[in-house]
Write a protein that binds this ligand. Structure first.
Ligand SMILES: Cc1ncc(COP(=O)(O)O)c(C=O)c1O
Length: 455
């Protein structure tokens, strides 16, 4: 089938309402059409670039994998759909739940399946509410999260999110639902303190909020092991120990949102394993299927499962596509690809150290304020002026210059985000940093020239 690209661009501009996009600009500018992707490379409007963001931090195994594609095809042929309500199941969903229990070292006893990171978090909220009602504390309705956090886009997931610009268009957060603790964002908030001290202060802010709200009104604390969308914020040593201890002392459920950090990007299968803490629930999406199929999951600990199983009544929560047999088959194939190619060890032993070294080396540049990394996840925060707007504008210049040189990356405020697919070779990873280095030089020279011409 031949596709008339120009006609499709016009159709897109006319009929497609895009997420996270300025609709007016989109109509006048038209879309950038992605026509193909293979391995770590994307073809966008006839240009091939390295995808330094793994899609939206989701394509852990890269694009166009034959084994996963075949698994999807075969699953669709043999059982294209089957619901999992009223006790029905399918082999792939059952096997996937068992695999996830094993991969999480049985920290989680059972897994609930859904379709997106947002509905996984939404489901975790409902599980927490159900848990507290069964424990005789139905008044535990408040949820805690952190500033700079991102937990998705349904109404409750947006309310949990702590990045300001996502909320006001929709009059969120919902009233009396969420309180945000401080983030362990040392570069922004830790002037004059060590990262450890700032991390302890951020943990203490959680305890302060618990005391203000009252522990007996709080259902759960939601947190990403490292905050990705909010700026690639890496928790310092000691932070998670303190947070776990505070949640345990106040009997508050700790939910690790591993939608980004799951499935190997941090150098272990899950972020909680890399950072050394034990959550009560975990939410997973993206890397579960490397986004070859929309699928997500919530893992619940034996403590929660014991309470949920204590009631002889239906669990009144579920979606049409829970435990989808094609999604589960794709997830199992994706996990096989990760294991058979030793991709987690590749991140731990090769990509992670390379990303850490090359990111740290960028600090020599006067435009770079801070660099942070964990496994294949990295943030490069720029500081060329006192104003946040100017720093963000500079970051966008760098991103455009990187794109012109063949690397696709993204900005959040003044931080450049890099999420290398786990299949990236050491040579390609080195090339990504060469491009970023050159893009910073180019943007800095352009800025200096502009300042000279104004002076
Ligand atoms: C940490 C985190 N949680 C939840 C979500 C929401 O996932 P989805 O977009 O699949 O709903 C995201 C998406 O980027 C995320 O980064």
């Amino acid at each position: 089938m031949t596709v008339d690209n120009d006609a499709m661009k016009r159709a897109d501009a006319r009929f497609h309402l895009h997420p996270m996009t300025n609709p007016t600009e989109q109509v006048s500018r038209g879309p950038e059409m992605v026509s193909a992707a293979k391995g770590i490379r994307l073809t966008i409007d006839d240009r091939t670039v390295i995808d330094g963001l793994s899609g939206l931090g989701c394509v852990n195994i890269g694009y166009g994998n034959e084994e996963v594609s075949k698994a999807a095809y075969e699953a669709m042929r043999s059982l294209s759909y089957c619901h999992t309500f009223f006790g029905y199941s399918n082999g792939a969903a059952a096997e996937l739940a068992q695999r996830l229990a094993k991969l999480t070292d049985h920290t989680f006893e059972k897994f609930f399946f859904a379709s997106t990171g947002s509905d996984a978090n939404e489901s975790a909220v409902k599980i927490a509410y159900h848990y507290w009602r069964l424990r005789g504390e139905p008044q535990r309705r408040m949820l805690l999260s952190r500033r700079h956090s991102y937990h998705g886009n349904t109404v409750v997931a947006t309310s949990l999110t702590g990045i300001d610009h996502y909320l006001p268009q929709f009059g969120l957060p919902l009233p009396n639902l969420v309180a945000h603790a401080d983030s362990p964002y040392w570069y922004k908030y830790g002037k004059g303190k060590t990262p450890y001290e700032q991390g302890q202060e951020a943990a203490a802010s959680l305890e302060r909020i618990i005391e203000e709200v009252g522990a007996n009104k709080i259902a759960a604390f939601f947190a990403e092991p490292m905050q990705a969308t909010g700026g690639m914020i890496m928790p310092p040593e000691g932070y998670w120990n303190s947070v776990r201890e505070i949640c345990t002392r106040h009997d508050i459920l700790l939910v690790a949102d591993e939608v980004v950090t799951g499935f190997g990007k941090t150098g272990k299968m899950f972020g909680f394993q890399t950072l050394g803490f034990t959550p009560d629930m975990i939410t997973l999406a993206k890397g579960l299927t490397s986004s070859y199929f929309p699928m997500s999951a919530v893992g619940i600990s034996s403590k929660i499962n014991a309470v949920l199983s204590s009631e002889n009544h239906d669990f009144e929560h579920g979606f049409t596509n829970c435990g989808h047999p094609v999604g589960a088959a794709v997830a199992l194939a994706n996990l096989r690809v990760i294991e058979q190619n030793d991709l987690v060890a590749h991140v731990a032993q090769r990509l992670g150290p390379l990303v850490a070294t090359r990111a740290a080396r960028l600090q020599k540049h006067p435009a770079v304020g801070d660099t942070r990394s964990l496994g294949v996840l990295a943030g490069i925060e720029f500081s060329v002026a006192d104003s946040e707007e100017e720093n963000a504008a500079f970051c966008n210049l760098v991103i455009r210059a990187a794109y012109e040189r063949g690397l696709f990356v993204r900005a959040s405020a003044a931080t450049l985000h890099l999420v290398l697919p786990m299949i990236t070779t050491v040579e390609d990873a080195g090339q990504c940093f060469d491009i970023i280095d050159a893009a910073i030089e180019e943007a800095y020279a352009a800025r200096s020239n502009r300042e000279r011409s104004i002076a």
